[in-house]
Write a protein that binds this ligand. Structure first.
Ligand code: F6P
Length: 343
């Protein structure tokens, strides 16, 4: 069997661990693994498949990024990209494992509806794919946020400052909420539970009145600026625009400037940005990337196409791609309320 593997969308620590798991199991059983370069682009443009070899996946379990390369590639502009992907799969592969987030799995689902032999693997640092408790990269991201907050606590305390920390999280606040909880944040702002700027300012003032010498405020990049009393420039709206990073909206800086204006305190801003996506995966990401990678391989050899291994109740289960292909999984109210108990 010729099993294709691709990684699409933003990279995330743990992708190589999943690729390695697929390769090792496939080779053990006598199959070939075809690496597709740069995600969907490698099937929609000139076919960019190459046979993976043992030396290419040796020692990659702890390496960040993706050895296959990735891209944010729009298959619908100009139209016809999906059809070219379908044709490439039919011509060159017996099965395809697509590792990626919501955009990737929407394409996987579209292909599966046309009887292409496709299996997905859940990956997004934002951790918001519906139907799964885990997505590759999330644990490494929140570990970075927590470590960053540890460092920022000491400098904020020394200078009696407020530090506003902006995290990734396009539509949901998983990285901000759990990274902030792990790092002892004093306030966390996420898209799911918007707070007006007046509440943020009151909270900072109350903390100072209560004798707290400093505060760490964590803000997800996808928080709605209009809710905070700001103006959303059309071209940098919350939905994001192709080629324009969401961090360009400057939500963290917006919050910092308003706090400084109203709270008579020095404020600094730290945008964690792509530090959250780079570097080695945590042990947790390595283990679960291996488990969902293995789950995808087993689905392929059993011809269970149109599916994706997901994590539920600490186990890998096989779900239909349709379950993950629409919408986002928001941070639940009870989890945010728990975070808020420590503000
Ligand atoms: O979708 C995952 C993500 O990491 C978001 O949190 C972030 O907004 C985006 O990717 C950044 O993408 P890029 O690297 O293309 O700027």
């Amino acid at each position: 069997m010729r099993i294709g593997v691709l990684t699409a969308g933003g990279d995330a620590p743990g992708l190589n661990a999943a690729i390695r798991a697929i390769c090792q199991l496939a080779w053990r059983d006598g199959h070939d693994v075809i690496g597709i370069t740069n995600g969907w682009a490698g099937l929609a443009q000139e076919y960019a498949g190459f046979e993976l070899r043992a030396e290419q996946v040796r020692d990659v379990i702890g390496r960040g990024g993706t050895l296959l390369g990735t891209a944010r590639f729009d298959l619908d502009s100009p139209p016809g990209g999906r059809e070219r992907v379908l044709a490439s799969v039919e011509e060159h592969l017996d099965a395809l494992i697509a590792i990626g987030g919501d955009g990737t799995q929407r394409i996987s689902h579209w292909l599966a509806q046309r009887d292409a032999p496709v299996v997905g693997v859940p990956k997004t640092l934002d951790n918001d794919l519906p139907g799964t408790d885990y997505c590759i990269g999330f644990d490494s991201a929140i570990a970075l946020v927590a470590e960053s907050l540890d460092r920022l606590h000491t400098t904020a305390a020394s200078h009696h400052r407020v530090i506003v920390v902006e995290t990734m999280g396009r539509s949901t606040g998983w990285v901000a909420a759990l990274g902030g909880l792990a790092g002892g944040a004093d306030l966390i702002l996420i898209p799911e539970f918007p707070l007006p700027m007046s509440d943020v300012i009151d909270h900072v003032k109350n903390r100072r009145r209560a004798g707290h010498g400093y505060s760490i405020v964590v803000v997800a990049e996808g928080v709605n600026l209009e809710t905070l009393g700001g103006v959303e420039a059309n071209e940098l709206s919350r939905e994001g625009v192709r080629g324009v990073p969401l961090a360009s909206r400057g939500v963290g800086q917006f919050v910092a400037t308003r706090i400084e204006e109203k709270c008579d305190v020095e404020v600094r801003t730290t945008v964690l940005g792509h530090l959250q996506r780079g570097g080695s995966p945590t042990a947790y990401d390595r283990v679960w990337a291996t488990r969902v990678g293995a789950g995808a391989y087993h689905a392929v050899v059993r011809s269970e196409f149109g599916t994706i291994p997901v994590v539920r109740d600490n186990r890998v289960a096989l779900a239909p791609l349709s379950e993950v292909a629409t919408g986002q999984r928001p941070v639940p109210r009870e989890l945010y309320d728990l975070c808020a108990e420590f503000f």
